[in-house]
Design a protein around this ligand. Structure first.
Ligand code: NAD
Length: 493
């Protein structure tokens, strides 16, 4: 593995990385630490502090202390500070991309081309939006002078997963900060590095102490302490439905509004009038993107029987040509999965799928690039057969897809809607009327046409059913979610 460490990243990783609370680095009260591994070769990457209830408490207090001054800034003043923060993040794009690639194992070109710039754009989008928003909306009511006043909530808690640590961090905190809230973040214990580095950059960019706090730790201790904290005013969680339910329960007990962005099992419906080669190539890319560790990606492929064989040939060809290697290598197209546990999960699913009778189209396996034998590599796999197969029903979160043939539109829509996941699906057809109809009938937060994984700011993104609730991300509505409405009324008579 050939890694060009920047001086900043080397310095950042050298010491045990501490929590970032109230604008300062803080070690853990109990001195607890954990090792973060480099998935590309299994080597130790950094040692990080592992906090719990005490550190979360301290961070919530710091965020509470920072709230009055931060929320009292005019939207323009706050936006100016957030734009300065975005500029500073941009200045450190190369460091952020390298950290993300080292920590997650993702291809450095993807981190440079998508994760980092797209995350920074989110901060700019919400900072700008906040200067155009209406914070007082007059209400036309007979005999009453009335308005809806919108004000930030206070301290908002965020718990994130490991697959897009930097991008998801910004998707979460940007609207909350722009609306005048202060935040406490608990990143995934598997990939905490870019979030902590963002804390350092926030301080350097002059973001006031306590506005952004980052506490590391595992879910049951630190994550649960944050979700249960009586002083948070809003909670936002991105991760699995299993943990999402726990977060929802905790917030329900405290009557804290919460946003849940959960897992998915995205489907792609491919009709027989598509450009088969182009569609096959794009869908192959859907499972190699971030090594298939993408909540919304297409992993159930329903392909019209007339083009099925040609489609499968082309997908196999594309997957076999995909360059698998260490994340930081420039020619890597697909890196390892994030951890040994994740690798075992993917392998177990494929094994169980085969035991349940799936046809093996492409077997997958664990071949690793030379010199990286201790890395967490999984080769792409394709299974086919019954839609009842476990691999067609459950989220695997790896480079694996399940193929099913279909005959007609109604059958295809039925297959898509047989699961209670509801994050994102796509339909592929040259007949745009049909595509639009199918897009409407597939039950999910997002339906994409002739593409999968479509993201832009202003385009709402979120899930329904098992994939979450609470408003989603990336749109003007997301910004409003971080403002509490207050009716102000004066009778005129
Ligand atoms: P996870 O649910 O296991 O963990 C997510 C976070 O929750 C981690 O920070 C973890 O420490 C924390 N956590 C675990 N137990 C907790 C508890 N009892 N209380 C509070 N916090 C707790 O998910 P993961 O394995 O990190 O990520 C993969 C999952 O995330 C997949 O299901 C994926 O689809 C989903 N995801 C969803 C989106 C989306 O936008 N909908 C985006 C990315 C990932």
């Amino acid at each position: 593995m050939n890694v060009q460490f920047t001086q900043t990243v080397t310095g950042f990783l050298r010491t045990p990385v501490q929590h970032f609370i109230g604008g300062r680095w803080k070690s853990d009260a109990n001195g607890a630490t954990a090792q973060v591994l480099n998935p590309s070769d299994g080597s130790p990457l950094a040692t990080v502090a592992m906090g719990g209830a005490a550190e979360i408490d301290e961070a919530v207090a710091a965020a509470g202390k920072a709230f009055p001054a931060w929320s009292a800034l005019s939207p323009n003043e706050r936006a100016a500070r957030l734009h300065r923060f975005a500029e500073h993040l941009e200045k450190h794009s190369a460091d952020l991309a390298l950290l993300e690639s080292l920590d997650v194992g993702k291809a450095i070109t993807a981190a440079e081309g998508f994760d980092v710039p797209f995350g920074i754009e989110c901060l700019r989008y919400f900072a700008t939006l906040s200067t155009h928003a209406h914070y007082d909306v007059p209400l036309a009511i007979k005999n009453i002078e009335a308005r809806t006043h919108r004000a930030p909530y206070g301290v908002c808690g965020f718990v994130f997963p490991w697959n897009f640590p930097f991008t998801l961090l910004l998707w979460g905190i940007a609207p909350a900060l722009a609306a005048g809230n202060t935040v406490v973040v608990k990143p995934s214990e598997v990939t905490p590095l870019s979030s902590l580095f963002v804390g350092k950059l926030a301080a350097e960019a002059g973001l006031p102490d306590g506005v952004l706090n980052v506490v590391m730790g595992d879910g049951p201790k630190a994550g649960a302490a944050l979700a249960n904290h009586p002083k948070i005013k809003r909670m936002s969680f991105t991760g699995s439905p299993e943990v999402g339910k726990k977060i929802g329960e905790a917030c329900g007990r405290n009557l804290v509004p919460c946003k849940l962005e959960l897992g998915g099992k995205g489907a792609a419906v491919v009709f027989d009038d598509v450009d088969v080669d182009a569609t096959a190539q794009k869908l192959a890319g859907a499972i190699t993107l971030n090594t298939g560790q993408v909540c919304c990606t297409a992993t159930r492929w329903f392909v019209h029987e007339k083009i099925y064989d040609r489609f499968v040939d082309k997908v196999m060809g594309t997957l076999k040509e995909t360059k698998i290697g260490p994340g930081p290598d420039r020619d890597t197209q697909m890196g390892p999965v994030v951890s040994e546990a994740q690798r075992q999960r993917v392998l177990r699913y494929v094994e169980n799928g085969v035991k349940q009778g799936a046809e093996v189209v492409l077997p997958g396996g664990t071949a690793a690039p030379r010199g990286c034998e201790h890395g967490f590599y999984v080769q792409p796999s394709l299974l086919a057969g019954s839609p009842e197969n476990v691999c067609c029903r459950e989220e695997i979160f790896g480079p694996s897809a399940f193929l099913v043939k279909f005959k007609d539109e109604t059958a295809a829509v039925g297959l898509v809607n047989q699961l209670t996941y509801g994050l994102a699906n796509s339909v592929w057809s040259a007949d745009l009327k049909r595509a639009s109809r199918v897009a409407e009938h597939m039950i999910a937060g997002n339906s994409w046409i002739n593409a999968h994984n479509v993201f832009a700011y202003g385009l709402p993104y979120g899930g329904v059913n098992l994939s979450g609730f609470g408003g989603g991300v990336n749109s003007p509505e997301t910004f409003q979610d971080y403002l509490r409405p207050q009716t102000i009324a004066r009778p005129l008579a």
